[in-house]
Design a protein around this ligand. Structure first.
Ligand SMILES: Cc1cc2nc3c(=O)[nH]c(=O)nc-3n(C[C@H](O)[C@H](O)[C@H](O)COP(=O)(O)OP(=O)(O)OC[C@H]3O[C@@H](n4cnc5c(N)ncnc54)[C@H](O)[C@@H]3O)c2cc1C
Ligand SMILES: NC(=O)c1ccc[n+]([C@@H]2O[C@H](COP(=O)([O-])OP(=O)(O)OC[C@H]3O[C@@H](n4cnc5c(N)ncnc54)[C@H](O)[C@@H]3O)[C@@H](O)[C@H]2O)c1
Length: 475
């Protein structure tokens, strides 16, 4: 058995664990990271990275409908899911190799196996090539999440899959796909599968993205874009049972309706993963949903043990895991203590339109005593968007009517996932509108619509002074 003595041990190598390892190593810490499955976690191997690779392909296919009118002549193009799977697989492998290489170059000790607490300062690692034990000062639990299945539903390889199985094992051959869930994965895959030439039957028990903070306007824009491609959800379908037969699969709803297809993708949520961690040997506590309980600094009930990302929840996205990693490492190595503030971490959905949001939504802003004013600019008239044949969407900024403080923002449309950084990095929010209004823009660009949205806040809500500064009298 090998023994290691380190400053920080990280259990799990998803975006949160990886980022924590890099930041700690860069700041001179002796770091060990443990991974029981594939280096890079959900996001790299079966989440954000392969999904965005497919989203890009889907966009290309959709945009090929504009080729002829733009003077690009050729035969009718369509998607091929098997080849798309190979493409994402190569991208993922290449990113994984560079991640592992970077960790090694930084001197991080990479250990393959299941990490389990022996006590609060000792962790055992049981892996394919043997066992080891680590003595550690601090530990970060970064074990992520796993798909949650509706009660009574089980997966069947090649027939009833989760997104983890889809990316690990490949896509089944059949064209008729039943997609279950109106959450983020369901909304993203309804579009991707459709463009990859699948006949999608999309079953949801509540409207798409109902549980998110996106505005009704954002959801309507998404719905219109999906409808334009003839992608429509079957609503009020609560799945109760799935039966396999010679024709494929039949999905039954609680009210008795049924739908047939070749295979099913379950996108019915994810749950925190803490199995095999040996938390009973520590004072770490779980909440009633199984999330690791942590304070605003992400420290658990056991001093010196921290947790981040999906295993802490309730928000499950890579952006939150990355932000958590930054907070934990900063707090461990600095006097200043940062607090987790999920509202100011961007939230994205990649579907027939890209949806990005950050900060407060209208209701939360009102609940917190603000008087929200809305600044709005549509991409409909943007020269850049017109030139791209992609005019769906808008910028919507929320500001306090009295102080002009930026409360939140939404960017809907192409490149929203990049543009949102202009709001994510807007520093002091009292000054944010002015900073946005003063951006030295590249013309024509989509970012100009952010500037235009601040101008509507000035014109319609009397926020000229907060946005342009006080006008000096020339008398
Ligand atoms: C289909 C899909 C698409 C997504 N798309 C996006 C997106 O576009 N943008 C976005 O921001 N988010 C996206 N997400 C969410 C994102 O993938 C997760 O929020 C993110 O991966 C969470 O990171 P994490 O570091 O908390 O954990 P994870 O990435 O889940 O990594 C945890 C790792 O810990 C390992 N582990 C668990 N237990 C142990 C143990 N005891 N010992 C050792 N290792 C262990 C696991 O094997 C895993 O590799 C997507 C998710 C899915 C499923
Ligand atoms: N772009 C991103 O940041 C991104 C992308 C993908 C996934 N994720 C995260 O991964 C997690 C998992 O995504 P998800 O879409 O599976 O979960 P989700 O929680 O977003 O949505 C689950 C959906 O399944 C539905 N559902 C549950 N049981 C059902 C049943 N019996 N019949 C019909 N519908 C049922 C729910 O009503 C809900 O609409 C989420 O937390 C999500 O935020 C993030």
């Amino acid at each position: 058995m090998s023994n290691y003595q380190v400053d920080i041990t990280i259990i799990g190598s998803g975006p949160g664990g990886y980022r924590a390892a890099v930041l700690a190593a860069l700041r001179g810490q002796k770091v060990a990271i443990i991974e029981s499955a594939t280096w890079g976690g959900t996001c790299l191997n079966r989440g954000c990275v392969p999904k965005k690779d497919w989203h890009e392909t889907a966009k290309w296919i959709e945009q090929s409908r504009h080729f002829a009118k733009r003077g690009v002549i050729g035969t009718d193009l369509k998607g091929d899911m098997a080849q798309a799977w190979e493409h994402q697989h190569q991208v993922v492998e290449s990113v994984r190799n560079s991640y592992v290489d970077y960790l090694k170059r930084l001197g991080v000790q990479l250990l393959e196996g299941t990490g389990s607490f022996v006590d609060a300062r000792h962790i055992s690692v049981d892996g394919p090539t043997g066992s080891s034990q680590i003595q550690t000062r601090y530990t970060i639990i970064a074990t992520g999440s796993t798909p949650a299945l509706p009660e009574g539903i089980q997966t069947i390889p090649g027939k009833v899959l989760t997104s983890d199985m889809l990316y690990d094992d490949g896509a089944p051959a059949g064209k008729r796909v039943i997609l279950i869930g109106g959450g983020v994965i369901g909304t993203e895959f309804a579009y991707i599968f459709d463009q990859l030439d699948k006949d999608v039957q999309w079953l949801v028990n509540s409207a798409s993205l109902a549980h998110t903070q996106f505005s009704p306007q954002a959801k309507d824009t998404l719905k219109a874009a999906l409808n334009a491609l003839d992608i429509k959800a079957v609503e009020h379908f609560r799945v109760a049972r799935i039966a396999e037969d010679d024709q494929g699969v039949t999905v039954f709803a609680e009210d008795g309706q049924s739908v047939q297809g070749d295979w099913v993708l379950l996108a019915t949520g994810r749950k925190a993963f803490t199995q095999g961690l040996g938390l009973e040997n520590t004072a770490v506590e779980l909440d009633e949903k199984g999330f690791v309980q942590a304070d605003e600094h992400l420290e658990t009930a056991e001093p010196g043990i921290f947790a981040l990302g999906d295993v802490v929840g309730p928000i499950m996205n890579a952006n939150q895991a990355l932000s958590d990693a930054q907070i934990i490492i900063h707090n461990l190595l600095s006097e200043e203590k940062l607090e987790r503030n999920p509202a100011w971490v961007p939230e994205l959905v990649y579907s027939a339109v890209e949806l990005a949001r950050i900060g407060l939504d209208d209701d939360t802003a009102e609940d917190q005593g603000y008087e929200p004013a809305v600044g709005f600019a549509a991409f409909e008239t943007s020269p850049r968007a017109l030139g791209q044949d992609d005019t769906a969407g808008f910028v919507r900024l929320l500001a306090d009517m009295d102080s002009g403080e930026l409360l939140g923002g939404e960017i809907i449309g192409r490149d929203a996932g990049e543009l949102i950084h202009l709001l994510a990095n807007s520093g002091d929010r009292q000054e944010a509108l002015r900073r946005i209004a003063e951006i030295r823009v590249n013309h024509p660009s989509r970012a100009e619509e952010l500037v235009n949205a601040t101008e509507t806040l000035a014109a319609r809500w009397g926020l000229e002074e907060q946005i342009f500064g006080s006008a000096e009298s020339s008398d």
